[in-house]
Write a protein that binds this ligand. Sequence first.
Ligand SMILES: Nc1nc2c(c(=O)[nH]1)N[C@H]1C(S)=C(S)[C@@H](COP(=O)(O)O)O[C@H]1N2
Ligand SMILES: [Mo]
Length: 204
Amino acid sequence: MVTRGFVGKKREQGPRDPTERVPPGQHPVNDFPVLTAGPTPRVATEDWVFTLKIGPRPVKKWTWREFNALPMTGVVRDIHCVTTWSKLDTHWEGVMVDEILADAGIEPPTGFMLAHSFDGYSTNVPVADSVGGKAMVALKFGGQPLGTDHGGPARLLVPHLYFWKSTKWVNGLQFTERDEAGFWELRGYHIYGDPRLEQRYTGD
Ligand SMILES: Nc1nc2c(c(=O)[nH]1)N[C@H]1C(S)=C(S)[C@@H](COP(=O)(O)O)O[C@H]1N2
Ligand SMILES: [Mo]
């Protein structure tokens, strides 16, 4: 596993006051709540396929084995659910979106992406919030394979936005011309979802 700057960088900053790092209207929790809109899909790794698309056109597909051969990165991040819980210092390992694009040999062709899931859920994330080490497809949590309830075998992790953006059971990324609303964004949640700005609902 290749661990890039993030873990070390955080340590260099030293311990921060937890009250300062929790965004407005959030409170830290020690457990890890499960929030799922519908039934939990059980995806065997033998059946797992991840597809990168530009609009309707598939650009590249990876099997579980191929995806696990991509460069892995470890990060320690705080996560923030719109239902007001935050979980500090969560450990994840996975493949940065940058590495997925590099393996496909493409530069982002549009400014927006949709992340799709095996359960039909989706979420929109601007490309600027997906590249540059900001987002990954996470395969491990706390050093263990990601549990099914938390999105295993693989989930998107976009920790600087509300946690609904972090699509569980992710099965692909799709570049879109426009910022197309995903599952919760269509149902009254904010199109962008910055926890620091409390962008919880449409228009916040
Ligand atoms: N595919 C899928 N991804 C999803 C959801 C979902 O219902 N389906 N819920 C979202 C919401 S609202 C949150 S807060 C987080 C919860 O992740 P957790 O269950 O691992 O805490 O997943 C997000 N990703
Ligand atoms: Mo959520």
